[in-house]
Design a protein around this ligand. Structure first.
Ligand SMILES: C[S@@+](CC[C@H](N)C(=O)[O-])C[C@H]1O[C@@H](n2cnc3c(N)ncnc32)[C@H](O)[C@@H]1O
Length: 345
């Protein structure tokens, strides 16, 4: 590897409360959200009648919202997650040892009996958990065809192609649901977010936990994404692949969009992927969680478990059902920090 981008998730995003008039509570920015959604995913919100050529694809017994281009059918996600070639580069650009989040999440996964990873990507977290001896149910859900193809190279985990809207109606099936790599920020519209959180609340056992992170909008991390998310890796064939990240400015509302342009030695042409992420603050998060019947149990501002602050990079949230307060002790550590190895371990 020549160099790689730092940290998790292939950036792109959105922002919120940056003082430019966008509400971090999701109010007043609906037109921004919807217009961004239309630009990014023109078919995904169109409720097409079922038709095998337009608007849906079948994976096993499930129907996915898709776009058909020529002979290929892709789920409505960023090109870097649907394209197999780009997906196979994801773990090179975002390697485990340069990510703080997996060190945080892995002990939680190992201490849970059944885990759903929403937006699991290449499945690195669940694959590692299985390798480390997890014996329970591990299920990864992702609408990115390319990402899931990479994940499926590990057969010991249940992989589901799709999003929470197309997923099986899991009910009280998981005692831990996670969204890592800032996958949560890909839920752009209020309705999409409400539907996703409602599905997660239903999928959780009474004493289960939903753990996810979103970037702190006050830190305005997108301002250095051109550096942070640009870089080079060497692919499995030995060819250098370069990624250039460019944030679209000015940022308006709580959405940030960016492009990633990938060029590789020997490639016919560059591959462009455009992404949009939403930045919500703690109050807005608590509001949406509350609508889904979940409460915030714990929040952290960084991967070391530091408190939430205006300058901390992350808003890491542990949510649960109010009814799970007492019984949660039996299933998971009382605090997610209890599941972590001690520094001397
Ligand atoms: C930045 S990647 C993170 C992947 C993985 N969680 C990780 O930490 O490496 C975001 C993932 O979210 C997936 N995704 C996009 N839209 C989604 C949705 N509506 N529901 C669930 N996952 C989605 C993408 O396909 C992609 O694999």
């Amino acid at each position: 590897m020549v160099s790689s981008r730092r940290s998790s998730e292939s950036g792109v995003g959105a922002d919120g409360s940056d003082g430019s008039g966008m509400g971090s509570d999701g109010s007043g920015v609906g037109s921004d959200i919807e217009s961004s959604r239309r630009r990014q995913k023109p078919l995904s919100i169109v409720r097409q009648p079922a038709h095998d050529d337009v608007g849906r694809a079948v994976d096993g017994s499930r129907t996915l919202r898709v776009r058909r281009t020529g002979s290929s059918v892709t789920a409505m996600v960023d090109t870097q997650f649907s394209d197999r070639r780009l997906a196979s580069l994801y773990d090179l650009f975002c390697p485990w040892d340069q990510r703080g989040d997996f060190t945080f999440y892995l002990p939680l996964v190992m201490s849970a009996r059944s885990v759903l990873d929403v937006g699991c990507g290449t499945g690195a977290l669940l694959r590692r958990a299985r390798e480390d001896g997890h014996e329970g149910r591990l299920c990864g859900l992702d609408p990115g065809v390319g990402m899931l193809e990479v994940a499926r190279e590990c057969p010991d985990v249940e992989w589901v192609l799709g999003d929470l809207a197309s997923a099986p109606g899991w009910s009280r099936a998981f005692d831990l649901v996670v969204m890592t790599g800032h996958a949560f920020q890909g839920l752009l519209g209020d309705d999409e977010l409400r539907d996703a959180l409602a599905a997660i609340a239903t999928a959780l056992t009474d004493d289960g936990r939903f753990v996810f992170e979103t970037r702190n909008p006050l830190v305005r991390e997108w301002e250095d994404w051109d550096v942070r998310y640009s870089g080079e890796v060497v692919d499995p064939t030995g060819a250098v692949v370069r990624c250039v990240c460019e944030v679209e400015t000015p940022v308006r509302g709580d959405l940030v969009s960016a492009t990633h342009t990938y060029t590789g030695a020997g490639w016919e042409r560059p591959l462009l992927s455009r992404s949009t992420l939403r930045f919500l603050g703690p109050d807005a998060l608590a509001g949406f969680l509350g609508e889904a019947g979940l409460v915030v149990a714990e929040q952290f501002g960084d991967w070391d478990g530091g408190p939430l602050t205006d300058t901390g990079p992350e808003i890491i949230t542990v949510a649960r059902h109010p009814r799970g307060e007492r019984d949660g002790r039996a299933a998971l550590a009382v605090s997610v920090m209890d599941a972590r190895p001690s520094p001397s371990a």
